[in-house]
Design a binder for this molecule. Structure first.
Ligand code: 3HC
Length: 285
């Protein structure tokens, strides 16, 4: 795609780091930026290990893996990374104040033509667009966990997002090897989290009522519906804190009783049981 050579990913957590590798694998000169050196070091080590596994499985040659990692840079310096970026994907903490600050700074630092996208699943980009001084070049570009594997990217436009921004973002997602979908209006949960939330809600209600065990509900989702994971397994993979946060953000926006966060999930989070990443959630790991 003409004009896009260098990509900046802000945030090196689970999503940001893998999005960075997706971009590097697609041939883009990519910088993953974070304020935390230890987070960057962890991301670098994890991504190198992923590439080793892909080579061991015969998915990539050693040369391809080395070339991708050679295009992937890790930095705490937002200024110089933003100054050379043609496209920015923000994947930092899901907090509006943090995102507003990041978008205001990137709006000042990035070249005029650069598109600024947020990976947020809960905050529509209209909430940060004004801070950038280029609202027409701002949208959501929402990836799914694990970003290296999942094909979907939700591209969400807000009222001022230009058609050119939408088309460039969809095309970039395709160049990343993804199958993007377009969402024409901001709505809490976009498409995927609304669908996922509906299944989770039903699963939580069935389990809470003692109608079936979480194991049998998960088995049914896999064997009857062909889902790769059951809803409880999926909540554990995404992180129960993330699930709870999405529910809270959705409920705050809709005020709909049907969207009220689930107390069972909140209770697990309060006990520090966050799913796979903490070793315990619905299941033990
Ligand atoms: N990171 C990167 N790659 C991973 C991975 C991870 N965490 N977990 C698995 N993989 C890779 C494996 O390396 C393997 O790669 P290969 O094909 O090159 O060998 C491939 O995925 C398949 O892995 P496995 O054979 O070990 O296991 P599965 O076949 O069970 O696949 C899965 C794992 C891809 C995670 C699959 O179970 C799945 O699709 N689960 C559903 C995931 C899902 O619904 N994600 C969306 C969550 S919602 C979200 O992200 C939105 C946000 O806003 C909350």
């Amino acid at each position: 795609m003409s004009g896009i050579e260098r990509i900046l990913v802000v945030g090196s957590g689970t999503m940001g780091s893998q999005i960075g590798l997706v971009a590097a694998l697609a041939g883009y000169d990519t910088t993953v930026q974070d304020i935390s050196e230890p987070m960057l070091a962890k991301a670098k080590a994890e991504l190198s290990a992923r590439m080793d596994t892909s080579v061991a499985k015969g998915r990539l040659t050693v040369a391809e893996a080395e070339a991708a990692l050679g295009r992937l840079f890790f930095s705490t310096d937002l200024e110089s990374a933003a100054a050379r970026a043609d496209f920015v994907i923000e994947a930092a903490t899901e907090r509006l104040d943090v995102k507003e600050q990041i978008f205001a700074r990137i709006g000042q630092l990035a070249p005029e033509h650069a598109i600024l996208a947020t990976n947020s699943s809960t905050l529509g980009s209209s909430k940060v667009a004004a801070a950038t001084g280029r609202a027409d070049r701002v949208c959501n570009m929402h990836f799914f966990n694990p970003a290296l594997v999942m094909k979907c990217v939700e591209v969400v436009r807000h009222e001022a997002t230009s058609q050119a921004t939408v088309e460039t973002t969809l095309e970039l997602a395709r160049r990343f090897g993804k199958e993007p979908v377009l969402i024409n209006r901001e709505i809490p949960g976009f498409i995927a989290n609304r669908l996922m939330g509906a299944v989770q809600k039903e699963a939580l209600a069935l389990a809470a009522a003692g109608i079936a065990s979480k194991e049998d509900i998960d088995t049914t989702a896999r064997t009857a519906l062909g889902h790769p994971m059951g809803p409880f397994e999926l909540m554990d993979m995404v992180g129960l804190d993330v699930i709870d946060f999405i529910a809270q953000a959705t409920y705050a926006e809709t005020g709909d009783e049907a969207d009220r966060p689930d107390p069972q999930v909140a209770a697990l989070v309060a006990e520090g049981k966050l799913g796979r990443k903490s070793g315990q959630g619905w299941y033990s790991y």
